[in-house]
Design a protein around this ligand. Structure first.
Ligand code: URA
Length: 286
C-alpha cells in the first residue's frame, strides 16, 4: 500500500478526516512535556483475528524503569487491591479508593485551583487503561476525565480501535486541574501519583496506554521525550508482591495530536494503537 493510502486509512479509522479545531485545545501539551491519555469491556470476548503485523520501530528500546518503586506507594493503604476479580467488587474497591483519595490525597486536598477532583472512569474490568496528564477546564467542571476537545479526540481513537469508551478505563496522573492547565510539577505528581498506581493495581489492565510526556514519565520512570519513546513497547513493574509487569504503549496526547495535526503524527498514533490491538488480538481495522 502506498503511503498516502495508508494515511487515508489511518484517518478513516481514527475519525480524523475532519480538520481539527484551530487554536489551543483545552489542555495544550507539548510533544515532550504536556498531557495525553484505556481497557477491557466487561471482558467482552474478543475473537482471535488476523492482525496486520506492526513493523518494529528502529530505535533502541528504552529500558523499563522501576517507576513504581520511585513513587511513594503506601502499600499498607492498599487493602482494596487484593486482586479483586468480580466486576462489582472491583467497582466497589475503586469507589473506596476514590473516597480515600478525596479525603487524603496530599495534592488534591491542598490544591486550590480546581472545582472538582477527577478520579477517572470506565470499565473496572478494562483490558486497556489510558493514562492522561491532568484534568482540563471541562473535566474540572464535570468531574470526568477527557470530556473536552482532547476527550473528543480520545473517543475517536477508542472508536478507531473498535471499542467503546465504556470498554476502557481512563485516568490521569493528577486528579485535580493545575492552575492554567500547566504541566504537573514533580511534587504534585509525587503526592497524587500513588493513587493512580493503586488504580492500576485494582484494574490490572492487560495494556497501559500512556498519553503524552507526564504520564509516560511517571509510568516508565524515563526522562526521554515522548517523541523518542512513543510506539516502543515497554513494561510497568508493579511494586514487589503486586503482580506481573504490565505492557505499556506510550503515544502522543490527543491534545498534542490536535495541535500538530499532520499526516505524520496521525499515522504515528494510529500505528501505536494498532500495535495494542494486535497484542490484544482485537480485530484489525482499516
Ligand atoms: N487532558 C488530560 O490529560 N486529561 C484529561 O482528563 C483531559 C485533558
Amino acid at each position: 500500500m502506498d503511503r498516502s493510502n495508508a494515511l487515508r486509512m489511518a484517518d478513516r479509522a481514527m475519525g480524523l478526516s475532519r480538520m481539527p479545531r484551530r487554536g489551543r485545545s483545552q489542555v495544550a501539551p507539548s510533544a515532550e512535556g504536556a498531557p495525553i491519555i484505556g481497557a477491557q469491556s466487561a471482558r467482552a470476548p474478543v475473537e482471535a483475528h488476523s492482525t496486520t503485523p506492526i513493523a518494529p520501530r528502529e530505535r533502541a528500546p528504552v529500558p523499563p524503569a522501576a517507576a513504581a518503586t520511585a513513587l511513594r506507594v503506601v502499600l499498607s493503604n492498599h487493602a482494596e487491591a487484593a486482586t479483586v476479580q468480580d466486576p462489582a467488587s472491583r467497582a466497589q474497591a475503586l469507589q473506596a479508593l476514590r473516597e480515600r483519595h478525596d479525603r487524603t490525597c496530599p495534592h488534591c486536598t491542598t490544591a486550590t485551583a480546581h472545582t472538582h477532583t477527577v478520579f477517572g472512569e470506565g470499565n473496572a474490568m478494562a483490558r486497556i487503561m489510558f493514562i492522561g496528564e491532568a484534568p482540563g477546564e471541562t473535566e474540572d467542571q464535570t468531574g470526568r476525565p477527557f470530556v473536552g476537545p482532547a476527550g473528543d479526540k480520545l473517543n475517536g481513537m477508542i472508536t478507531a480501535m473498535g471499542l467503546r469508551r465504556e470498554d476502557v478505563y481512563i485516568a490521569n496522573v493528577l486528579k485535580s486541574r493545575p492552575p492554567d492547565n500547566r504541566t504537573p510539577l514533580q511534587h504534585e505528581v509525587d503526592a497524587c501519583g500513588p493513587f493512580l498506581i493503586e488504580q492500576i493495581l485494582l484494574i490490572r489492565p492487560e495494556v497501559l496506554i500512556t498519553l503524552g510526556g507526564p504520564a509516560t514519565k511517571l509510568i516508565l520512570g524515563t526522562e526521554a521525550g515522548i517523541s523518542r519513546v512513543r510506539g516502543i513497547w515497554a513494561e510497568w513493574a508493579p511494586p514487589a508482591g503486586h503482580g506481573a509487569p504490565i505492557p505499556v504503549m506510550p503515544t502522543y496526547h490527543p491534545a498534542y495530536l490536535l495541535r500538530n495535526y499532520t499526516a505524520k503524527t496521525r499515522g504515528e498514533v494510529w500505528s501505536d494503537l494498532q500495535a495494542v490491538m494486535a497484542r490484544l488480538n482485537l480485530p484489525a481495522r482499516g
